[in-house]
Design a protein around this ligand. Structure first.
Ligand code: NZQ
Ligand code: ZN
Length: 386
């Protein structure tokens, strides 16, 4: 096992009717900016619950943060933070609203001229404006981690940011919110969380027995609840397991002491930036090709995945490893998630070359756990995913 430090300061408040506890978590007298997305919270009752819980507070609102939070929209919210002397942010939404809020937390205290530099120049956020979240969509794990991804559509760019200053102070996780989530987003959430585990697990063995079993149990739980939650999103039991699995998949725990990959996400973000494909679906497009192209480096963990998660017990290491990739594809297909780029866009030709060029220009010469995934290999992976 590798050496590691582990600190996760986010307080989780989990369960039914817990949104009412908001008033206990926000500092008395705070000037709050409540941030949300395109309006789902106004249809499913979450907006009312939050407003009721905050009736003693001075609250400004900013709605309209789109999926893949857009820099230009967030800059309007930053103006409100400055004009209204906001000192506490409250995200009410999924990964996009939470990530947008993280960007604002950082940008509000940023001393440089152009907040885009935080993303473009990889500036770590050591201290941000304090914020909390009410999670409405299990998927990204953003509610309990310190990362964010922001899009600038005019430049077709989607960049990550992060730092210890960007952990939420608290996150309220009420599984009842799952009941209003559309099928497409449920499937996305399961796929995203599942791939988060793969990125931290499908590398090479490092004798981290507990981390491996944490990872495997998250994947097993997601596989078990997936058909139930798709069939009935108002099933509270399944919703609870779905929600907590998504959080645990990316709150830092399972990546401690082990190598991590993240090449699938790096390539996937380009597909969202270029074609607007949902984040989770870009992962399902890239993951199988990535594992096939890097088969020799990953076959031992692939075989372990086959055996322990998919129950494949016959065959040698290579055979099991191949079957794991097939089982993964079948799992995505069972959620009605397509795994080929050509199933999402007709204009896919040239995508591989474009991404190869972009990564070369950024100096991303070696992605993955062994820094072996060169731009030339990325091109091959993307071509294989056509
Ligand atoms: O905008 P509204 O109207 O609220 O509708 C949203 C949105 O259209 C809807 N929705 C959310 N909760 C709902 C609901 N509809 C009905 N009932 C509810 N309870 O769902 C749609 C998608 O929301 P979004 O927040 O975009 O989805 P998700 O949580 O999948 O977030 C995706 C974003 O997170 C980033 C992705 O790149 C993408 O930009 N990621 C963030 C990560 C992180 N911070 O750690 C890691 C991930 O790998 C990922 O990159
Ligand atoms: Zn993801």
């Amino acid at each position: 096992m590798n050496n590691f430090d582990f600190k996760n300061p986010t307080k989780i408040i989990f369960g039914k009717d817990q949104i009412a506890k908001l008033s206990e978590e926000i500092p008395t007298g705070a000037n709050v900016l409540m941030l949300y997305g395109g309006g789902s919270i106004k249809k499913n009752g979450i907006y009312e619950q939050v407003k009721t819980a905050l009736k003693e507070f001075k609250v400004e609102e900013f709605g309209g943060i789109p999926p893949n939070p857009e820099y230009d929209v967030l800059m309007d919210a930053l103006q409100i933070i400055k004009d209204k002397n906001i000192n506490f942010l409250l995200a009410v939404g999924g990964g996009s609203v939470i990530d947008g809020t993280k960007f604002l937390s950082s940008a509000a205290l940023f001393e440089g001229e152009e907040p885009w530099d935080i993303l473009a120049n990889h500036i770590r956020t050591e201290v941000g404006m304090p914020f909390g979240t009410v999670l409405t969509l299990p998927a990204t794990g953003s509610e309990m981690n310190s990362g964010a991804v922001v899009t600038r559509a005019s430049r077709k760019q989607k960049f990550g940011m992060g730092g210890p200053g960007l952990f939420p102070q608290f996150s309220i996780l009420d599984p009842s919110v799952v009941s209003s989530i559309p099928q497409r987003q449920l499937a996305n959430g399961i796929t995203d969380a599942f791939t988060h585990v793969l990125e931290q697990y499908l590398t090479y063995p490092i004798d981290a027995a507990l981390q491996d079993r944490f990872a495997e149990s998250i994947m097993q739980t997601l596989i078990e609840v997936a058909p139930k939650i798709i069939a009935d999103p108002s099933d509270y039991k399944s919703a609870s397991n779905f929600m907590w699995s998504c959080t645990m998949a990316l709150n830092g725990l399972i990546q401690k002491g082990v190598p991590t990959d993240w090449a699938v996400h790096a390539i996937g973000h380009e597909l969202t930036a270029m074609y607007g494909i949902d984040h989770a679906r870009t992962l399902a497009i890239i993951a199988p090709s990535h594992y096939r192209k890097n088969f020799d480096d990953k076959k031992e963990k692939l075989a372990q995945l086959a055996q322990r998660v998919f129950g494949i017990t016959t065959g040698n290491t290579e055979e099991k490893a191949n079957k794991a990739i097939e089982a993964m594809e079948n799992f995505f297909h069972s959620l009605d998630i397509k795994t080929k780029l050509s199933e999402y866009t007709k204009d896919y030709k040239g995508t591989a070359e474009t991404i190869e060029k972009t990564f070369s220009e950024r100096g991303w010469n070696g992605l993955g756990e062994k820094q072996k995934v060169t731009p030339a290999l990325v091109k091959e992976i993307v071509e294989m995913a056509y």
